[in-house]
Design a protein around this ligand. Sequence first.
Ligand SMILES: Nc1ncnc2c1ncn2[C@@H]1O[C@H](COP(=O)(O)OP(=O)(O)O)[C@@H](O)[C@H]1O
Ligand SMILES: [Mg+2]
Length: 254
Amino acid sequence: MTAFLEAINLRKTFLDPTRSTLLALDGLSLLVAEGEFLAIVGPSGCGKSTLLRLLAGLERPISGQVRLRGQPLTAPRREIGFVFQRANLMPWRTVLDNIALPLIVSRSGQTRQAQAKAREWVTLVGLEGFAHAYPAQLSGGMQQRVALARALIHEPTLLLLDEPFGALDALTRERMNSELLNIWDRRRVTVVMVTHSISEALFLADRVLVMAPRPGRVRAEFAVPLARPRDRALITEPEFVQLVRAVRAEISDV
Ligand SMILES: Nc1ncnc2c1ncn2[C@@H]1O[C@H](COP(=O)(O)OP(=O)(O)O)[C@@H](O)[C@H]1O
Ligand SMILES: [Mg+2]
């Protein structure tokens, strides 16, 4: 596998409230191929968000290195899109202006083009008719779609998702899963997604990593040999149920 994204022996510490050192990640290595959909699961506090921030270049490790196409990644880049657990939209800006914001910020003076592109993304994430709505007028699922569009407007080559659908009801979550798979399929973006839903991880990904806590590290890895396109009905099939069981065993056994 040619590595598109690499984490090599990452170590990250924090000071906890008692001023002692907390080893958030230690010896964490992973490889992600170009175009791959990788999911990461693990108990709360095992360092998943920390890992994603390192992969995004938003934070630096104490030691070890993140590489994108073989080049050390030391700062955020436009080609990396990030969606957090909460949509973090600007409440005073409309849907359209929230989506256009990254373009407006990075290329001042081309507001009209940014708006035109944002309008395309409004349609792509199924928010036609809501372009001029404000975040407070949207459901949680719609807000997450705005956040996804905002992350995708720069046409990232790498999309990092930190429990993006955690706050959504089951039906909306399924719809968002399908939309995400469509975007991944059409745009050929490489995805690393943290989720605490084992079945979501297996339904979406090519490969699932299980992390273990104290210190955060990769404990197990599962290839997901399920054909695509994947249909919802898949999740009740024996092969899928067996995979869920195998992943769960690795998580609960930490
Ligand atoms: N900014 C921070 N300051 C201090 N401790 C942190 C900080 N961020 C994360 N941690 C600690 O690092 C560990 C891993 O956190 P996190 O990456 O958020 O885990 P996860 O996303 O898997 O729940 C936790 O023990 C958490 O309390
Ligand atoms: Mg987290």
